[in-house]
Structure formats: C-alpha cells, structure tokens
Write a protein that binds this ligand. Structure first.
Ligand SMILES: [Zn+2]
Length: 138
C-alpha cells in the first residue's frame, strides 16, 4: 500500500514503479510504458487530481498562516504576509501538479484495483529485457 504512494512521489507508475510516465512537468503519457496501465482511468478522471492539488494548496496555506502568525505575533507585517501568500498560492499548485496526478492515481488504485481492461499493450519493452522488435516476427 505504501509502495504505491512511494512510487507516486517519485513520479513513476504507482502500479509497477515503471517510468518515466511524464513527458514534461505537466504532460502525462496515456499509459504506463512498462505495465501498460491506462493512466487516465475514466473520462474526467483528473478532477480527483485537481482535488488533491487543491487540498495541498490549502494545507500549505494553513501551515504558512499559522507559522507566520506564531513567528511574528503580536505585530505581524500584513503586507509581507499578503505578498508571500500570493506567491505561495501560485507556486504550490504548479510544483504539486504532477504529484497530484500520481498520488491520486495511487489512491484510486488502492480503492479500485486495476482489472485486465485497464491495461493497454506496453509501448516500450521493459528496460531490463533485451530489445526485440515485433516486426522481426512477421
Ligand atoms: Zn506501470
């Protein structure tokens, strides 16, 4: 169970640990290149990831708000608080974006284990195996 989340935190496939599953910071492959698990499991699937990202932003805000007040009370500099809060609310969703997707996928795989229909044919051979082309067989 924890291994799913450990793999997700490394931005690898939560199911098999294969990867990379991102082509850039924000672009996810349609399926894991190693196990073939479809990474968008339903239509509108990433609403759950947006929810995870929103929760991360709210946790970051609460930690920042409480920490700032504890550190500066009784005379908090509100201008500084506003400026850093705006910066934080822009940076956190961007930094957390790929993690929200992999962590939501890890959570979803625990709640709803993958079935045979969730797997596409792998597009790349596993890196440890010797390369063989399917064209050689014909
Ligand atoms: Zn995989």
């Amino acid at each position: 169970m924890l291994s799913h989340f450990a793999r997700a935190l490394r931005l690898h496939c939560p199911h098999c640990g294969g990867g990379p599953i991102f082509t850039s910071w924000s672009r996810l492959l349609p399926a894991c290149p190693v196990c073939g698990l479809g990474l968008e499991r339903d239509q509108g699937y990433w609403v759950g990831a947006y929810f995870f990202n929103l929760m991360a932003m709210e946790v970051a805000f609460v930690v920042w708000f409480v920490g700032f007040l504890l550190a500066t009370w009784p005379d908090p500099p509100w201008g500084l608080f506003q400026a850093i809060t705006i910066l934080l609310m822009v940076v956190v969703p961007f930094v957390f974006f790929p993690f929200s997707k992999t962590l939501f996928l890890a959570f979803d795989l625990l709640v709803r284990p993958p079935e045979a229909g969730d797997f596409a044919a792998p597009r790349e051979p596993a890196r440890r195996l010797p390369r063989s082309s399917p064209r050689d067989a014909s």
